[in-house]
Design a protein around this ligand. Structure first.
Ligand code: FMN
Length: 233
């Protein structure tokens, strides 16, 4: 990957300064403050949902290879802008809280906007070229209220693993996720988990941005007691 790298941050942090997720993201940003960063706040620019008209336009253009008339193209303009923004970045970081065992709908709408056949994955409609995101990296940062202390709580499987699957599907080479669990638990557990997650986040940033003084200290932590996870795909 050539230098300078461009980093795209996608965030959905509605609780703003009170947010646990923001602490993870802030830690990452502190480590990379010298690099080229673009930020998309999904609360400022809400992604389009796939509704009947834009879905049809997407299928006609990206899957069937049809040429759209300008009014139909217009239906896809926000999705196209977001997809182009994603394509322009070497590293993407997505940060959001877990809601109801999954990613918030607004974050899923962002994935639905940017995952375009022939643009961010798969073959171009003219069949000439496969889209490649090889060499690119993606990190997902999530916090949630509970912990998985006996393996019966499967929410994380639908949250961070979904985000990881989406980036893998788009062919990203290095796909990772950090989940800070137990944010609704007693203060001691919350702080312990948050600190571990922040350490993991900083380690990934140092590894990816090759800060010489740290030299790849990324550790896959799985603390059985307080259940704090790092995922590496
Ligand atoms: C609407 C809503 C749904 C939530 N659903 C879950 C859930 O399914 N599992 C869980 O462990 N925590 C859940 N939580 C707790 C949050 O994920 C947790 O408090 C998180 O740290 C909030 O992130 P924030 O501080 O960045 O806002 C939910 C919170 C809200 C507001």
């Amino acid at each position: 990957m050539g230098i300078p790298m461009k980093t795209l941050i996608i965030k959905y942090i509605p609780r703003k300064e009170q947010s646990n997720t923001k602490k993870l993201l802030d830690a990452f940003k502190e480590e990379i403050s010298y690099s080229d960063i673009e930020e998309l706040d999904l609360l400022d620019e809400v992604p389009d949902m796939l509704l009947d008209n834009n879905l049809l336009a997407y299928i006609n253009r990206n899957i069937l290879g049809q040429t759209l008339i300008p009014n139909e193209e217009k239906l896809l303009s926000k999705m196209d802008r977001m997809a182009a923004q994603l394509k322009s970045a070497d590293i993407v970081v997505v940060a959001f809280p877990m809601y109801n065992c999954s990613m918030p709908a607004i974050v899923k709408a962002w994935f639905d906007s940017v995952m375009q056949k022939g643009v961010t994955f798969g073959k171009r409609t003219d069949g000439q070229m496969f889209i490649s995101n090889a060499g690119k990296k993606a990190l997902t940062l999530v916090s949630c209220g509970s912990v998985d202390d006996n393996g019966s709580f499967r929410c994380r499987e639908h949250t961070i693993s979904l985000s990881i699957s989406e980036f893998q599907f788009m062919g990203y080479s290095d796909v990772r996720g950090i989940l800070a669990e137990g944010m609704a638990m007693k203060e001691e557990i919350k702080q312990t988990n948050l600190n571990k997650s922040i350490f993991q986040v900083r380690s990934i940033a140092k590894e990816w941005y090759k800060k010489k003084e740290y030299n790849s200290v990324y550790v896959k932590l799985r603390n059985k007691k307080h259940m704090n996870f790092a995922y590496t795909a």
